[in-house]
Design a protein around this ligand. Structure first.
Ligand code: APR
Length: 388
């Protein structure tokens, strides 16, 4: 069994397979230091925590994670808060930076005797028409190598070797360009709110998400094609203050910006999530916009479904789980994609021509009004927002 990628999907899968006695190797092009410091997501849904707890992988998040159950919307029609963790079937998130989770998963996998080859880039996955696929690799010195297994799990993201190796026409790619770009940044400053902040503003969206007591994740909608260099610290903080209406709701706690990247919001879903002995999970299976913090949660869920299917086949000779893997995960993926798209449409003011807001901008304001006033809408939101 060969796993490509040591992100949340690859490492949860590796831990579960190793624990079930299935021989596997994880091929990861990054170094351990890069993996342990790469800042990514950090909002774990309650179901994700339950999955990690089920497999003894939740020690770190229980020690250092913090629950989060409230979000605050700041709009042209005022401010309101939703205690989503206690509304309807909503549950709180656990805020636990992903690089810490990846570090935990890596440590537990290696301590249990699992094998990760760092600095090892998968180049192609061959032999997909048979039952012994081969992964060709290149090590840090450029030396070629090959790995074979009964299955290959593509957990190497949207630009990885797994996707590249899918024969043309073997899967359909459903793609959506949301038409907005975000500047994602990490500030060395304590959170400015005790909630996830969503600011909807005619100048553009701004978001606030705690990461640790001393570091806060912010998002700023920016022009398509912007680069991080267009955004010096002062411009970032002034724009955040404007869009989060700091004059009305209180100042932001400023600090040096540690990391800034521009991401263009797009989503895609491959269908099916499998071609022969190659199975996809995480971003390799589907890319989701960061608007509802679903990516890492889907990756963990898919890894557990895939692990169960592989163990059933490889240890118990029952291939049904592998046959059903794609349909089972696509059901969850499409629900997460639908809510993520709903959030994108909720948070971004549609640019009107000659200052007249277009029809669907009135729909946006109406959705926000429903979210502010309707209990049933709030219950629906809570279930979608915190669930996977
Ligand atoms: N060979 C080996 N490793 C590779 C290759 C390759 N060709 N290409 C990518 N990788 C590695 C990357 O270095 C990374 O460590 O695969 C790993 C993929 O990890 P993630 O991008 O975190 O993907 P995944 O596990 O699917 O988690 C997806 O987590 O990062 C959050 O919210 C984000 O939606 C995303 C989710």
């Amino acid at each position: 069994m060969v796993i490509l990628g040591a992100g949340p999907a690859g490492l949860v899968l590796g831990n579960l397979l190793h624990a079930a006695g299935v021989g596997c190797v994880v091929l990861e092009r990054a170094t351990p230091a890069q993996l342990r410091t790469r800042q990514r997501a950090g909002f774990l849904a309650a179901n994700t925590v339950r999955i990690l707890e089920r497999h003894g992988l939740a020690g770190g998040l229980h020690r250092h994670g913090r629950t989060h159950a409230t979000c605050e919307f700041r709009t042209e029609d005022g401010r309101f808060r939703l205690d989503y963790g206690h509304l309807g079937r909503g549950e709180p998130h656990t805020v636990y930076p992903q690089h810490l989770l990846v570090t935990d998963l890596l440590t537990q996998y290696q301590d249990a005797g699992g094998t990760v080859l760092f600095g090892t880039e998968a180049v192609t996955v061959q032999g997909l028409d048979g039952t012994r696929p081969t992964v060709t690799v290149r090590d840090a010195d450029g030396r070629p190598g090959r790995w074979q297994g009964r299955y290959v799990a593509g957990c190497d993201g949207r630009h990885g070797a797994a996707r590249r190796s899918l024969p043309p026409g073997s899967v359909r790619r459903h793609h959506l360009d949301h038409g907005v770009s975000w500047l994602g940044l990490l500030a060395e400053a304590p959170p400015s709110l005790d909630a996830v902040g969503y600011a909807v503003h005619e100048r553009g969206f701004a978001g606030h998400m705690a990461r640790t007591p001393d570091v806060t994740r912010y998002y700023l909608q920016c022009e398509r094609g912007s680069t991080p260099d267009d955004w010096p610290d002062d411009r970032i903080w002034d724009e955040l203050a404007l869009r989060m209406r700091a004059a009305d709701h209180g100042p932001l706690r400023r600090g040096p910006v540690l990391d800034r990247t521009v991401v263009h919001l797009e989503s895609d879903v491959l269908e099916p999530l499998r071609h022969g002995p190659l199975l996809l999970a995480g971003d390799a299976a589907s890319l989701i916009s960061p608007s509802a913090a679903k990516g890492a949660n889907l990756a963990v869920l898919e890894a557990e479904v895939l692990a169960r299917a592989l163990v059933d086949d490889l240890r118990h000779g029952a291939p049904e789980g592998i046959a059903r893997y794609s349909d089972r995960c696509l059901h969850h993926i499409w629900r997460a994609q639908e809510f993520s798209r709903w959030m994108v449409r909720l948070l971004h003011v549609a640019p009107g021509s000659d200052g007249v807001p277009p029809f669907h901008d009135h729909l946006r304001r109406s959705r926000l009004a429903s979210l502010r006033t309707s209990r049933s809408c709030q219950h629906w939101f809570a279930e979608q927002y915190a669930g996977v």
